[in-house]
Every structure is written in structure tokens, then in C-alpha cells.
Write a protein that binds this ligand. Structure first.
Ligand SMILES: Nc1ncnc2c1ncn2[C@@H]1O[C@H](COP(=O)(O)OP(=O)(O)OP(=O)(O)O)[C@@H](O)[C@H]1O
Ligand SMILES: [Mg+2]
Length: 181
């Protein structure tokens, strides 16, 4: 079974392929509502209404290398299996927001997997894109964890040191892991 970070890699890839300059991922772990929500927002090429409708159908893809696009349909299926949902809001030339809600403690919810590693790999592969990761864990009405990784701040802190350096990458990965633990 897929873990959530594999879905995340997939959906982020859709945004990078859509030529987004800004990509935001919100991971909201709400223990009160028993939901795990992923919100992907990009300012890429967007999709028409017709495309959004077709995208839910696994036999639609604009990829030419492969016949079947599975990213979004699989995310939809997996979220619905946990009592959640997946919605797409998109406008041509403006951007796309994909929201996936999972039942946090539902037995069929895939584990998060390596969120930190997935983010750092994606960020390092696209130094030209501004990424923001917002991770929030809500318990008893309070944000127990509230962490933002903003690549504008990251690159400023790195002060010219490349994120592609393996040691830098694993350092940043550990930093993210520590902050969302
Ligand atoms: N963020 C986005 N911006 C613009 N178009 C998108 C976005 N996400 C998806 N699409 C469009 O929806 C199609 C289907 O996406 P989906 O992730 O389901 O499959 P895929 O990316 O084509 O293939 P796969 O994910 O299996 O590699 C894409 O080919 C693309 O045309
Ligand atoms: Mg995809």
C-alpha cells in the first residue's frame, strides 16, 4: 500500500509539472476532529472545469509517456476509504488547490511515511520554486505543533550553500523531522 508521503510526492510533482512558481503544502493533523488533511496549493497552469472532472477518472492524463494517470484518482480513493474526501479547485492560468481529508485514526489510513525526506528531495530538485510546508498538530483545541518550512528563509539561512549537497540535505531533513515529531 502507498504511504501518504508517496501521494505527496505525486501531487507535488503535478504542481511542478504545471510550472508553478509557488507551491504550498499544509499538513493538518487534527486529533479533535480525527482528521488528517493535506492541502496542496500551486500557482501553476491550472485546469479547465472539463479537465478537473476528467482528472478524477483514472483513464485521463495529459502525459504522453503513459496512458493512465493515477495520482489524483488514487488519492481520492484512498481518502474516501478512510471516510474522507478529495476535492480539486482549479482555474486555468491561476492555479490549483487539491484538498485531501483522511480519517486520522481510521484503520485504512496509510501511514505518513517519510514526509521530511519527500519534501527535502522535492525542494532540492526544484531550486527555482518557492515551497512552503506548514505542519500543524491540533490536540484539545491547541496547536501542539506548528511548524513552517519556507524555502525563501531556508535559502537565506543556507547563505549560498547548495541544498543539493547530500550532507546539507540530510541535515535539513533531520531538522524537519525534529520539528514535526
Ligand atoms: N496541479 C496541477 N496543475 C495543473 N494540472 C494538473 C495538476 N494536477 C493534475 N493536473 C492534470 O491532471 C492530470 C492527471 O493528474 P494525475 O496526477 O491524476 O495523473 P498524471 O500526473 O497524469 O500521472 P501520474 O500521477 O500517474 O504520474 C495531469 O496529467 C494534469 O494534466
Ligand atoms: Mg500525477
Amino acid at each position: 500500500m502507498k504511504d501518504l508521503s508517496m501521494h505527496i510526492m505525486d501531487i507535488l510533482q503535478n504542481s511542478t509539472r504545471a510550472k508553478a512558481n509557488n507551491i504550498t503544502l499544509e499538513v493538518l493533523e487534527n486529533h479533535d476532529a480525527d482528521t488528517l488533511t493535506l492541502i496542496f496549493k500551486d500557482d501553476g497552469c491550472g485546469m479547465s472545469k472539463e479537465t478537473v472532472e476528467k482528472v478524477i477518472n483514472p483513464f485521463f492524463t495529459t502525459r504522453t509517456t503513459r496512458k493512465v494517470g493515477l495520482g489524483l484518482p488514487l488519492l481520492k480513493q484512498n481518502s474516501e476509504m478512510t471516510g474522507g474526501s478529495m476535492t480539486i479547485e482549479s482555474e486555468l492560468g491561476v492555479g490549483t488547490t487539491v484538498t485531501a481529508v483522511f480519517g486520522l485514526t481510521h484503520l485504512d489510513r496509510p501511514p505518513m511515511g517519510d514526509l521530511a525526506g519527500t519534501m527535502v528531495l522535492t525542494i532540492a530538485a526544484h531550486p527555482e520554486i518557492h515551497f512552503v510546508l506548514h505542519f500543524q498538530r491540533i490536540k484539545e483545541g491547541k496547536a501542539e505543533t506548528d511548524y513552517v518550512l519556507d524555502t525563501d528563509e531556508l535559502y537565506e539561512a543556507l547563505d549560498g550553500v547548495s541544498l543539493q549537497e547530500p550532507e546539507v540535505m540530510s541535515y535539513i531533513k533531520e531538522m524537519v523531522e525534529e520539528n514535526i515529531r
